[in-house]
Design a protein around this ligand. Structure first.
Ligand code: SF4
Length: 437
C-alpha cells in the first residue's frame, strides 16, 4: 500500500513540475512515507527522519514531508511539536497536504525561474526508484482504503482510518492509464480486499470488480490481475468461482490465518476458528486448480501458551501453504491487546517460535517447488538483476532466467531447471517476441 501511495505522490509532484532524484541531498522536497505496523518499523522511520535533519539545517528551504501511518488520520498536533523541522504532515494515501503546501507560492517560484525542482521519495529504508512511466511492468492499485475490522493487535485501523472503497470508475480509469503506460500486471489492494464494495450501497463486490477490470476496454494490455490481502471470513465461493473462470486473474491468494489456536484467534478478534480456515483452504483448492496460497502468522501473541503455539505449527504443517509471512507479536500503543492483555511471551520465546515456523515453512516450500522441476510455466519478466532476468509465475513464484535479450514486460514460457525454497531457475523455451512496453 505504501509503494502505491508513494507512486501517487510522485505522480502528483511530477504534475507540479518536479522531477525525481535518487539523492536526498539534491532534493528540494523529500517525502518520507512511513509504516508503523511493528515497533521496529516505527523506530526505523523515526531514525530515518532524524537523519534528514542535517540536510534541513544546510538548506532551510528544503521541504520535508512526513507521510503515512506515523502521521495517521487523526491529525498530527503532537508530532508537529516533536518534529518542528517537518514542514508537511500527510495521512496515509493522501498527497493533498503536500500538493497544497507546494502550490502556495512554490509553484510560482518554479515557473518564474528556470531551475529544475527535484523531489526524493523515501520509505523506511530506501529511496524508491523513479516513478518511471512506460517502464513499470507491475503496479499496485488501492481499491479499499483503511480497515474497520479492529483485530486486537493491529494499529492499522487507528492510522489508516475506517474502510472506504473507491468507486469502480476511478479504479478502471487508473488501470486504463497504467495499461497505456505499458503496465502488464495490476495488484488490487485493500487491508481486507475481499470486503471491497461493502461500504457502498448496492456497490459491486470484489468478484464483480474483477470482472469489470478483466474486460475493461482500453485496459487490454493488462494481462495479469492479482489482489491482496483477503480475510478468511469474507472470501466467498462466488469469488473463488470468478478467479477460476477469468484467465487474467492469477491463481494466487493471500489469506492470513494469524494463529492456529481457537482461543488465540478469539483473543485476536479475527472472526473465524481453525476449522473454518482449514475448510476455506480446502474449498479454494477444490475450486481453483493449481492455486498457490500465502498466509500471515503472528507468534507470541499475549498469553499464547506452548500448546497454543503448537496448534499453529500443526496447521501450517498440515496445510502446506506456499508462503507464510511470519511476525513476532509487537505491542502497539492504543490497541486492545496493548491496553488489556499482558505481553507475557518473552522475546527469546517469540524468536524460538518464529524460527520453528521458519524452518518448517522452508521445508514445505522446498517440497512444493520441486513439483515445478521440468515443468513449463509462463513467466512475466519484470527486471534484470545482475545478469539474470527476474519474473513471476501465475502462482507468484520467483523465477530467474539468463538471457541477453530484453525480456522486460514479456510473458514467456520457460522450462524450470532448478528449484529452491525461495526461487527457481529456468531456461527460455522460445525467443522473445518484440513487445513494446
Ligand atoms: S483485518 Fe485486522 S490485521 Fe488486517 S488491517 Fe484490519 S485490523 Fe489490521
Amino acid at each position: 500500500m505504501n509503494v502505491a501511495d508513494s507512486q501517487r505522490v510522485g505522480s502528483s509532484l511530477e504534475h507540479l513540475g518536479y522531477t525525481f532524484t535518487e539523492k536526498a541531498e539534491e532534493a528540494d522536497v523529500i517525502v518520507l512515507n512511513t509504516c508503523v505496523v511493528r515497533q521496529s518499523a516505527e523506530d526505523k522511520a523515526l531514525g530515518r527522519l532524524s537523519s534528514l535533519l542535517p540536510l534541513k539545517r544546510q538548506n532551510p528551504n528544503l521541504v520535508i514531508n512526513l507521510m503515512g501511518c506515523l502521521v495517521g488520520v487523526r491529525g498530527a498536533e503532537k508530532l508537529r511539536q516533536r518534529l518542528p523541522y517537518v514542514d508537511v504532515f500527510s495521512p496515509p494515501s493522501d498527497p493533498g497536504p503536500l500538493v497544497s503546501f507546494l502550490s502556495q507560492g512554490e509553484i510560482r517560484t518554479l515557473e518564474s525561474d528556470e531551475t529544475t525542482r527535484r523531489f526524493a521519495m523515501m520509505d523506511d529504508d530506501l529511496i524508491l526508484p523513479q516513478h518511471e512511466r512506460g517502464r513499470l511492468v507491475s503496479a499496485h492499485v488501492p481499491i479499499v482504503y483503511g480497515c474497520s475490522h479492529a483485530c486486537t493487535f493491529c494499529i492499522i485501523p487507528f492510522r489508516r482510518g475506517a474502510e472506504r472503497s473507491r468507486p469502480v470508475g476511478d479504479i478502471v480509469a487508473e488501470i486504463r492509464s497504467l495499461a497505456a503506460q505499458g503496465v502488464r500486471e495490476v495488484t488490487l489492494l485493500g487491508q481486507i480486499v475481499d470486503r471491497y464494495g461493502k461500504d457502498i450501497p448496492d456497490g459491486p463486490n470484489l468478484a464483480a470488480l474483477l470482472r469489470v477490470v478483466h474486460d475493461a476496454q482500453g485496459a487490454e494490455g493488462i494481462e495479469r490481475i492479482r489482489f491482496l490481502t483477503s480475510h478468511p471470513k469474507y472470501f466467498t465461493e462466488d469469488l473463488m468461482d470468478t478467479i477460476a473462470e477469468l484467465p487474467k486473474v492469477m491463481p494466487h491468494i493471500e489469506v492470513p490465518i494469524q494463529a492456529g489456536d481457537d482461543e488465540v484467534l478469539l483473543n485476536m478478534k479475527r472472526g473465524y476458528n481453525q476449522k473454518e480456515y482449514r475448510d476455506l483452504i480446502e474449498k479454494i483448492r477444490n475450486k481453483i486448480s493449481d492455486c498457490s496460497i500465502a498466509t500471515d502468522i503472528i507468534v507470541g501473541f499475549p498469553g499464547e501458551t506452548e500448546q497454543q503455539f503448537m496448534e499453529t505449527y500443526r496447521v501450517l504443517s498440515d496445510l502446506k501453504l506456499d508462503v507464510a509471512h511470519l511476525a513476532r507479536y509487537s505491542s502497539r500503543e492504543g490497541t486492545v491487546a496493548t491496553r488489556r492483555m499482558d505481553d507475557n511471551v518473552t522475546d527469546e520465546e517469540k524468536m524460538r517460535r518464529f524460527r520453528m515456523l521458519e524452518e518448517l515453512q522452508e521445508e514445505i516450500v522446498a517440497e512444493i517447488n520441486t513439483k515445478y522441476l521440468g515443468q513449463t510455466v509462463e513467466v512475466l519478466f519484470e527486471e534484470k538483476v545482475k545478469n539474470r532476468w527476474k519474473g513471476r509465475t501465475p502462482t507468484n513464484k520467483l523465477v530467474f532466467v539468463e538471457s541477453d535479450e530484453d525480456l522486460k514486460g514479456q510473458i514467456l514460457p520457460v522450462n524450470v531447471i532448478w528449484t529452491g525454497p525461495w526461487s527457481m531457475q529456468a531456461n527460455l523455451q522460445k525467443q522473445p517476441e518484440l513487445i513494446s512496453v
